[in-house]
Design a protein around this ligand. Sequence first.
Ligand code: EPU
Length: 356
Amino acid sequence: MYISSQQSLVSFNSFALNVTAQQLAVVTCEADLEQFELPQDKPHFILAGGSNLLFCENFDGVLLKPELTGKEVIDDGDAWLIRVGAGENWHEFVTWCLAQGYFGLENLALIPGCVGATPVQNIGAYGVEVKDFIEQVKAFDLTQRQWQWMSKDDCQFGYRDSVFKHAFKDSHVIVEVTYRLPKQWQPVISYGDLKALTPSASASEIYDLVCQVRSQKLPDPSELGNAGSFFKNPAVPEAQAQALAIAYPDMPIYDTAIAGQKKLAAGWLIDQCGLKGRKVGGAQVHQQQALVLVNTGAASAKDVVELAWLVRTQVAERFGVLLEHEVRFIGAQGETNLDEMMLKYEHQALEAECGE
Ligand code: EPU
């Protein structure tokens, strides 16, 4: 385990915000976790690729970063079982699978981050969610100090959601994910841009198109700091969706797995408010995809939080829909949210005024 103090996190978060952590502990083997003592006097947070996080301020605790690597393939008759270390880069893993002839993950190409974060977030794109391919997750329970092998059901997957964001938040460190990729491969080409492909499209053709579409619409975090979709696509009651469809006939509305509920496109709602390109300090609503907030270079965390607040307020005023952020907000003491951070900034401003 490597431990560093007052560590700059600029290269550990895809927003490239210049914040620090009191300590960063990098886990390179399972024994590291068995020996790790949870700090009693300060918070801790489990960091993966840092590509779905917003560090809202300096973190006053220990960041635990699993960097275990390695891949193992098991032939399970009708499927390949692939065990992968949590620290492996996701896109490199997807690319490797394709080259080996293990298909199924191609729709999820070019999603930034590590293998270990894929179940936490239940990453999804172009009609596929990673939960459809997860067989097992191996995690170390820091509170019980024991290993756990969790099935797909144990993970309680939802839209961009899992047990690792709720009951097992901060307690379970994922070290390995096992994916099940059926040998009988079925292309998924029913989503948006992929409809242009023919039903005989190969996994490589899907992969190439997904990479092309993502590179056109989504900014590359190594060039323009961002954390992908900033907000979730909001679910609304069917009656509200119907009323909105009458008022806005062009509004995209999607079915959901839940009866009586429809999903709206957050990017469309933000775009309709005329917010593409809108700036607060160094933070900006991306010009090509309104669902993404970017750091144009010198954004502070506060700039990004205030821009998110502006976006949420304008969408709520225009459409009566409250956007929820998909990006996880991390404050000085651990996970927080947009409302809490705005309150904190207001308090800080008041204190500064009183102190003058
Ligand atoms: N739209 C606009 N203006 C915009 C953005 C979108 O009008 O600025 C419209 C599009 O024309 C389309 C609809 O909104 O009719 C939906 O847009 P798109 O198909 O680009 O996808 P999305 O709903 O914005 C979701 C995921 C992405 C994922 C894509 C493709 C969420 C929150 N986002 O975006 O995931 O790549 O679908 O499957 O579910 C991520 O999670 O970080 C992410 C990028």
